[in-house]
Write a new protein. Sequence first.
Length: 374
Amino acid sequence: MKFSIGIDDLLPALQSVIGVVEKRQTLSILSNILVNISSGKFAITGTDLEVEISTIIPLEDSSLTIDFTVPAKKLFDICKNLDHGILLNFELVDNKLILKAKKSRFTLITLSADNFPNLDPMSSTSEFSLSQRDLKFVIDSTQFSMANQDVRYYLNGLLFEIFNNELRSIATDGHRLAFSFVDSLTNLINISKDTTQQLIVHRKAITELNRLLSDSEDVISISISASHLNIVFKDLSFTTKLIDGRFPDYQRVIPSIELCTKNIIADRQVLKQSLSRIAVLSTEKYKAARLEFKQNHLVAVVHNPEQEEAEEHISIDYSGEEFTIGFNVGYLVDALNAVKEDQVTLSLTDSNSSCLISGLNNDSVKYVVMPMRL
């Protein structure tokens, strides 16, 4: 059986699925991608048993019908080292796949498609649509606050919350919390008005999904079941298992702005650059920065165990009483990186409270950082 595909079509398709294929597998077939050829379509699928990505390339010959699996990384590395614009010829002989391009020839061992593990078919309970840009926005705004290998497994992922036409994303590692939302959901199916629906997507799935998303207005369709999330792009399908757990009540963690008696306005870029400079002298074990708030003035100081010190003086808009508080300087910088407005508001209730960070006059993103003992 023979067929041909242009390298400029095949390489982007392989790039879409290669990230989910694990390099070290207990099952050798999981290092392969599944190829399904039928009805003039060349479909490839990769999975790690938690996430599954499939994409389709059209073929001119609609008479071919065959399934097989081939080593993913080897095929990808071959393709990325071939010249752009050339035609790659495939020939399947017994259990071998022969690739020919100009003066190059490669032979790869295939495995039976019958042994390739697909995720269980999902029966969606609810659906909605939104743009790639909006989904990428809520992920970019929050994913850095996910926990990593926390024993509280439900924190090692991103919470999506659907409420009316809003999609909210929330992440926390127990020391900080990130919240973001967009209110642009359309084509809602089985999502009741004024009813909240939650799902937790694990870290690797979020990383792979964000890699697939672009900053475009192209609409994607999202389906949810009790245990899976499926997202359909134009020629690509992304499916992941969900984390079975109960996310903490994040709304109790976000301070009420009405109760915050200390409100500081600062230039985001100036504050971020100042904190980034003093963070140079922080250490992996000790990242605390001392923030001294005074009348329209902030002094930020970092000490480290080697008796080194960094100090920055920053102009701010603040007219309350003087106070001092400590925060993880890295967490502050992460939040300031994620806010897109020119000015930010830092809101606190007292010198021992968590800090609420958001853009001035924009509550689509909020960050909460817990204080540190100095």
